[in-house]
Design a protein around this ligand. Structure first.
Ligand SMILES: Nc1ncnc2c1ncn2[C@@H]1O[C@H](COP(=O)(O)OP(=O)(O)OP(=O)(O)O)[C@@H](O)[C@H]1O
Ligand SMILES: [Mg+2]
Length: 252
């Protein structure tokens, strides 16, 4: 199968506190396949979010290539960039913080639809549908972010991410702020949505137990590099590095 997204030798160099340069991400390469759920685990500061920001072009890469359906999108600009980035959507840890507090969840979820020229009426209908698909009552369209729980807000953030039918959904610690039961519910929701829409996930997480529940394959990052790669069970059965051994001990 052809990969959907290929990341080749991705490197991101930042200037450190003492003006010296350091690579937050160092020669990282991986592929994401259609319908696949790929996990990235790694200790705090290992470069997971930097990988995500580089892939979604929130930051420029220092070195390396990004290929989407085999096409180089590393340096595309303007219309081509917007076209490429319709295919990616993100869900972050702080769902509440990602919605405008003065606007309803329905407004937030519908924004990208209206921007793409869909009428107000149709957008409203579509927002209700999306809310229900994400396990929320359609009436929640009229609620403000502070009027729902963290888990509900995360569901609304997923609804918003799905609105323009991405091919790749990137979840950066999307479940980390939630309690264990709600985490599992969100994972179940993501699995069901994947069956409906067939998208691929990049799932960044600290918790190997959740990764085992959800991911087909997992990358372990340490100090900006990928140090291990395999199915969650392979990683758990035969951890190679001390860091991974610690992660595994936390699961067992
Ligand atoms: N804009 C920036 N300028 C300078 N350094 C940065 C910048 N963004 C990130 N870093 C540094 O890059 C390294 C990797 O950060 P990153 O946010 O990718 O880690 P992470 O693996 O996502 O960690 P966490 O699990 O805590 O979210 C860290 O040392 C961080 O301080
Ligand atoms: Mg991070």
């Amino acid at each position: 199968m052809e990969p959907l997204l290929e990341v080749k030798n991705l490197t991101k160099v930042f200037e450190g506190r003492k003006q010296e340069e350091f690579a937050a991400v160092n020669q990282v390469s991986f592929s994401l396949y259609p319908h696949e759920t790929l996990g990235i685990v790694g200790e705090s500061g290992s470069g997971k979010s930097t990988v995500v920001k580089a892939i979604t072009r929130l930051i420029d890469v220092s070195e390396g290539e990004l290929l989407l359906h085999g096409q180089d999108i590393t340096h595309v600009k303007g219309k081509k960039l917007r076209e490429a980035y319709r295919r990616f959507q993100m869900v972050f840890q702080s769902a509440a913080g990602s919605f405008d507090p003065r606007r309803t969840l329905g407004d937030g979820i519908g924004e990208s639809l209206r921007n793409s020229g869909i009428s107000r009426k149709e957008t409203k209908e579509r927002v209700k549908e999306l809310l229900m698909q994400c396990g929320l009552p359609k009436e929640y369209a009229d609620r403000y972010p502070h009027e729902v729980s963290g888990g509900q807000c995360q569901r609304a953030a997923i609804a918003r991410a799905l609105a323009i039918r991405p091919e790749i959904l990137i979840c950066d610690e999307a479940t980390s702020a939630l309690d264990v039961t709600v985490q599992k519910q969100i994972i179940q929701l993501l699995k069901n949505l994947q069956k409906t829409y067939g998208m691929s996930y990049l799932f960044i997480c600290h918790d190997l137990a959740l990764v085992q529940l959800f991911c087909d394959r997992v990358l372990v990052m340490q100090e900006g590099r990928i140090v291990e790669e395999g199915t969650p069970n392979e990683i758990i059965m035969h951890p190679q590095t001390d860091y991974t051994k610690q992660l595994v001990e936390a699961v067992l």
